[in-house]
Design a protein around this ligand. Structure first.
Ligand SMILES: Cc1ncc(COP(=O)(O)O)c(C=O)c1O
Length: 356
């Protein structure tokens, strides 16, 4: 039996994708072997990767001036790779600190070059996105880095930052959950394991004009140009194969506007439930609430532990908050359906009626 899966990542995938993968697993189309057993230079894999790139560009409404890269190393490698390529000596990069993942990106960037902390919500326990009016940005900054959705703290930007510098975004936990106006961006990266597919592949979109600014002397494997120009080494074939199917599923379900509508609907149901009584307490400030990770507390840690235990027994999995902050976290990525959110709300009602 498949549970209602609220895991923060690796996370729920569309059931139809899982079924397609199962069908094709022993023999991939005309390959005579599974997709895991064929060359990454075979016509079959080449077609899969090309289709994934085409679908990605079509969903985002972008052209060939955007490179779509499928890299190894997770978003955590991007924390270092971005400044290594784009933060030259004498320049400054602006960073906005909205959570544990932003802080890790900042630490890596500082090991490479000059970082200006444009804004931070650390003093407020990362419960909000600092408003743009309070940011201290650097004129002529190499780029401004931000984390569009803060997986651990349950906050999300509701509007893209408006700054002069090219935007660099860690979109690991909300990529393709809504349309993005790509005009202000230089680079976006996302580990696949939340909204896009299985763990293993990191999707990086880099604009041609931004790529042109990369530094010389970057080690070959960490130089974005290496991967923009050719298939340099063995990619994560199986993960890219699944990502291609998830992109097709997004297309078939209304594209990014369809995803945004569904995510708004799920978010409204869950946040309205949280706000209905004082038993559940949302941790994010209402103007910064995430539609991907809904974080909340109960009156005591004992009740929280019980909530997670009983929910699991009722077929609602992955609700324990991140170990660094505790509480409850319901991750409601694209593939988590209304049926799962409704089941969670019904469980919350029942739990409160018994324990409130
Ligand atoms: C926003 C964000 N950035 C970065 C990471 C780290 O990703 P990875 O484990 O792929 O390095 C995560 C992981 O959960 C995340 O949520």
């Amino acid at each position: 039996m498949r549970v209602h899966n609220f895991s923060a990542g690796p996370a729920a995938l569309p059931e139809s994708v899982i079924n397609e993968v199962r069908e094709e697993l022993p023999v991939y189309r005309d390959a005579g072997a599974s997709v895991m057993e064929i060359s990454h230079r075979s016509p079959q894999y080449t077609a899969i990767a090309e289709s994934a790139r085409t679908r990605m560009r079509s969903l985002l409404g972008i052209g060939d001036d955007w490179h779509v890269l499928f890299l190894h190393g997770g978003a955590s490698t991007q924390f270092y790779q971005v400044p290594l390529n784009f933060l030259p000596e004498g320049a400054t990069a602006d960073y906005v600190d909205t959570g544990a993942w932003s802080a890790k990106a900042i630490k890596e960037a500082r090991s490479v070059g000059n970082v200006n902390l444009a804004a931070s919500s650390k003093e407020g326990n990362y419960t909000f996105i600092p408003s743009r009016g309070d940011w201290d940005v650097t004129p002529g900054a190499a780029y401004l880095h931000f984390t569009s959705n803060n997986t651990i703290h349950g906050t999300e930007y509701h509007v893209d930052p408006q700054v002069e510098a090219p935007l660099v975004c860690d979109a690991s936990s909300d990529f393709l959950s809504r349309p993005i106006d790509m005009a202000g961006y230089g680079l976006i990266y996302a580990g696949a394991q939340k909204n896009l597919g299985p763990a293993g592949v990191t999707v990086v979109l880099v604009h041609d004009s931004f790529l042109a600014k990369r530094k010389d002397g970057v080690p070959t494997i960490l130089d974005y140009r290496t991967h923009a120009e050719k298939l340099f080494h063995t990619p994560t074939v199986f993960a890219v194969y699944v990502v291609e199917k998830v992109l097709a599923w997004i297309e078939a379900n209304g594209g990014l506007t369809g995803m945004a509508a569904l995510n708004r609907e799920k978010g409204a149901l869950l946040y309205n439930r949280l706000d209905r009584t004082d038993f559940y307490r949302g941790t994010a400030r209402p103007d910064s609430r995430s539609l991907m990770n809904v974080t909340f507390r109960l009156p005591s840690e004992d009740l929280e532990a019980e909530f997670v235990r009983e929910a699991a027994k009722a077929g609602l999995a992955g609700l324990k908050g991140h170990r660094s902050v505790g509480g409850i976290r319901a991750s409601t990525y694209n593939a988590v359906g209304m049926d799962s959110v409704s089941a969670l709300v019904a469980f919350m009602d029942d739990f409160e009626a018994r324990r409130g």
